[in-house]
Design a protein around this ligand. Structure first.
Ligand code: SF4
Length: 381
């Protein structure tokens, strides 16, 4: 069984010290390659929102890690990320504080959305990964994963395993959704190895991958084993890891040592960690979204933007529950399909002769709101 080290951080002025403490306690240098080999930091910058929104990795965590690496004579450091489809990584680097961080330490920033790719063969067929990631492995380098403990509209949660999806081209991200997302995410972890994961559990959004409803957890997590990390992240989010399909598949593939129990947690504070159980309101909205949205192989950004738009509508029309609701279709599996007269399509994949659809890819939250407003709500919204 694998250990997950955890450290609470209520005083953000001591965040970098707490990062270093975790890394020291776990002797994390043992998980890295030779001192002169490259070390690639992979944050989660899925959207261009600051960490306070609960969707992106706090830059001070990366800064604490960089200082610790330099102290241990790892000087060949790179930061690389490929944001979600529809979002610019370059903009995310700026907004999330990574451009200034890279300038401060004179570290290269690599936008993986602009990278080339190479093929990896898996039992699921050929997978494409970014050339920078393949080169890192060829050079004996180490990938340090900096995910968040976060909720996710389609997969329920995201942390160490799923964060590697930022290391593949956008076309491949779309393809994963046609394959049902869970299995390819698990198999991706057979193509890309992480040295360890240092997860941001300070202020995460336990419901939505694009943030907006952050909750204070004040926690840092460290593990060599991404399955153990994600298993514990599920507990923090208030549900059992057996509900996360890609985690169960990764476990069966032997990517990690399996599910965590209390004895696997090394708590540096010896304080009780309380679950950040979701609030009733947000869980109810999630269920409502699932009842009106017919999602078939939708890309994360597409589904995420639709979820954000629907949450926005619920907040503006509180008694919407009792109204007759539309059926909203979204996803790549709707390509060429005829929708019924009471259905509406979200995204270019649902555009077909006679369908009433929003022709964007991916549609922004604002464009979805305008479309739904015109179609259904009129002056009520
Ligand atoms: S419109 Fe289709 S391809 Fe574009 S983001 Fe949405 S699901 Fe993906």
């Amino acid at each position: 069984m694998s250990t997950v080290w955890i450290k609470s951080n209520k005083d953000r002025t001591k965040l970098k010290d707490d990062v270093a403490l975790l890394l020291e306690k776990a002797a994390a240098w043992d998980w890295l390659g030779q001192k002169d080999t490259p070390v690639l930091l992979k944050p989660n910058l899925v959207v261009n929102k600051p960490a306070s929104a609960g969707a992106t990795t706090t830059p001070a965590i990366a800064e604490g890690l960089i200082e610790w690496l330099i102290d241990h004579n790892f000087s060949n450091i790179i930061i690389a990320e490929g944001s979600g489809v529809g979002f610019s990584t370059t903009k995310a680097f700026d907004v999330c504080g990574y451009t200034s961080l890279a300038q401060k330490f004179n570290i290269p920033l690599i936008d993986l959305q602009k990278d080339n790719s190479v093929i990896r063969k898996t039992p699921m067929g050929e997978f494409k990964i970014c050339t920078t990631i393949a080169d890192l492995e060829a050079d004996g380098g180490s990938l340090i994963n900096l995910p968040l403990v976060k909720g996710h509209g389609q997969t329920r949660m995201t942390c160490a395993l799923k964060n590697l999806k930022g290391c593949i081209p956008n076309t491949e991200k779309r393809r994963y959704h046609t394959l049902g997302i869970h299995k390819p995410v698990a198999y991706l972890n057979t193509c890309i190895k992480q040295a360890f994961a240092l997860a941001d559990g300070l202020n995460p959004d336990p419901y939505w991958e694009e943030g907006g409803k952050p909750q204070k957890l004040d926690l840092l997590l460290l593990a060599k084993d991404p399955v153990a990390m994600d298993s514990y992240a599920c507990r923090l989010l208030g549900f059992s890891d057996e509900y996360v399909e890609y985690l169960c598949i990764a476990d069966k593939l032997g990517i990690g040592d399996g599910h965590t129990s209390d004895s696997d947690i090394e708590n540096l504070d010896n304080t009780t960690i309380e679950n950040i159980l979701g609030s009733h309101d947000q869980n109810e909205i999630k269920q409502w979204i699932n009842t009106i949205v017919d999602q078939r192989s939708a890309c994360s950004s597409c589904f995420g933007n639709l979820s954000s738009a629907l949450r926005n509508i619920r907040e503006n029309i509180p008694n919407l529950k009792t109204q007759a609701l539309p059926s909203l279709c979204i996803g790549q599996a709707f390509k060429g399909k005829r929708l019924g007269s009471t259905q509406r399509g979200i995204g270019v994949c649902t555009v077909s002769n006679g369908n009433k659809s929003l022709q964007r890819c991916p549609p922004s939250m604002e464009s979805i709101l305008t479309f739904l407003n015109n179609e259904f709500f009129g002056d009520n919204f």
